[in-house]
Design a protein. Structure first.
Length: 432
């Protein structure tokens, strides 16, 4: 197949000039002065392991060097959750960043705040629709309108310590849930009743994201646009399987997102569910060869898209919106996405990015990078419901308490579903 701290928010008081004054052409060809430039802020999180900040900083420097009429300041805001809350706070005082990078589930939240510029017409005029991988673009669409451009889509994948597999005589990655449990048992190491290595770790913090993948592997999308379905039998069955793995002693009942990646690199777990965006760091930082496989299936293969799009604030000047659109296009352009994918492991969003000579050469050298792209055929957007942030907290609490043994899966998921659906309906009533 063809492979295709602390929030340093600075108020933008000396407002930005109109588009005509802000373009180099309109300035008679002379270099734009500081007063001529359209000034923007881009707020972004880091949700994977590795030195992503350094990479983003380099990208912004290149963008500014290539656009004399724009001065863009990148603001690292912490996690996805921190970024969302800081943007919402800035929106509340009427001084949001010009553009930001949220988790794709936040689309409905920002639409509910009337915060997003509709870029449908701009995308059609630029004739770029056809070059974006469709499933990624759809995470920015609501009611047929486009509200951003996908930048760093991801799915969880199964990372494998090949040395551990070889030592245990295991020749191939597990394909089904049953095989996953059997392989995890074979890879778990205890000496004198002391654990030396887990067979499998599911990164905490984003385990609700991975849980949705398990639901999809059980042929259930656990939400619709106006409710969640966490208490459906397919979801309960998925969580019961997680409990089974904990009780079998092959998987820790709790972990952290960053800690789980560190455990994998240190050899304290032989298999790891984590974002494809961690591929480059895990591969380069582990003292053993790292392989990547599809997440095992039950009824079907299934995955859930994480990462997020670049979104643009609605309530800013036309010049700012146009400059923000220029930035979003540049960050999602063929060559930039090809480089970003190679540097991080995130999935390049454009078909043409996968056809660049550099990407083709990279995939020859690192075939593991193709796994998430191929798995994306079985992936859908992550938890696209109003109030998703509270919904995630209800679900994460249910997962944590169940895995700790303090509540049964069916009761925990019923409670999470009831609480979530009350919150969703409250927000829908407020909008109507």
């Amino acid at each position: 197949m063809s492979v295709i701290s602390t929030f340093p928010h600075i108020s933008r008081r000396g407002l930005l000039l109109g588009a005509a004054a802000a373009t180099v052409t309109g300035l008679g060809g002379r270099a734009a002065s500081a007063a001529d430039k359209v000034k923007l802020q881009f707020m972004y999180p880091v949700g994977v392991s590795g030195d992503i900040n350094r990479i983003v900083t380099g990208m912004i420097s290149k963008f500014n060097a290539a656009h004399e009429n724009i001065e863009l300041e990148a603001i690292y805001a912490g996690s996805y959750d921190n970024t969302e809350q800081k943007v919402i706070t800035a929106l509340g005082v009427g001084d949001p960043p010009a553009t930001w990078l949220p988790i794709n589930s936040a689309l409905q939240t920002f639409l509910g705040l009337d915060a997003l510029a509709d870029v449908t017409g701009k995308a059609k005029a630029a004739d770029i629709y056809q070059d974006f991988l469709p499933g990624f673009l759809e995470t920015c669409v609501s009611d047929g309108k486009l509200y951003g451009l996908p930048f760093q889509p991801s799915t969880p994948v199964l990372y494998i310590n090949k040395a551990a597999f070889k030592a245990a005589g295991i020749e191939k990655a597990p394909v089904t849930w049953t095989e996953l449990l059997d392989v995890a048992k074979a890879l778990t190491v205890r000496e004198n009743n002391e654990l030396k290595r887990w067979g499998l770790t599911i990164g905490g913090g984003w385990h609700d994201w991975i849980f949705e993948c398990y639901c999809r592997q059980n042929a259930l999308v656990p939400w619709t646009k106006d409710k969640v379905l966490f208490d459906k039998p397919e979801a309960v069955d998925a969580l019961e399987f997680w409990v089974k793995m904990v009780l079998a002693g092959v998987m820790p009942p709790a972990s952290t997102w960053e800690g789980s990646a560190n455990d994998f690199m240190a050899g304290r777990t032989a298999m790891l569910y984590h974002s494809t965006g961690s591929l480059t760091n895990l591969r380069k930082s582990s003292p053993f060869e790292v392989d990547v496989a599809f997440m095992p299936k039950n009824k079907t293969f299934g995955a859930c898209q994480g990462g997020g799009p670049i979104m643009i604030a609605k309530k800013q000047t036309d010049a700012q919106i146009e400059a923000s659109w220029t930035f979003a296009k540049w960050m999602t352009s063929t060559e930039v996405q090809s480089q970003w994918g190679r540097d991080t492991g995130y999935l390049a969003v454009r078909k043409s990015s996968w056809e660049t000579p550099e990407m083709k050469a990279y995939l020859e050298q690192v075939p593991q990078a193709k796994v998430a792209l191929e798995q994306a055929a079985y992936a859908g957007a992550f938890l696209q419901v109003p109030g998703y942030h509270k919904v995630r907290e209800y679900l994460k609490s249910a997962l944590d308490r169940t895995l700790a043994g303090s509540i049964k899966p069916d009761a925990a998921l019923k409670e999470a579903a009831d609480n979530s659906n009350r919150e969703i309906q409250r927000l829908l009533r407020r909008r109507s």
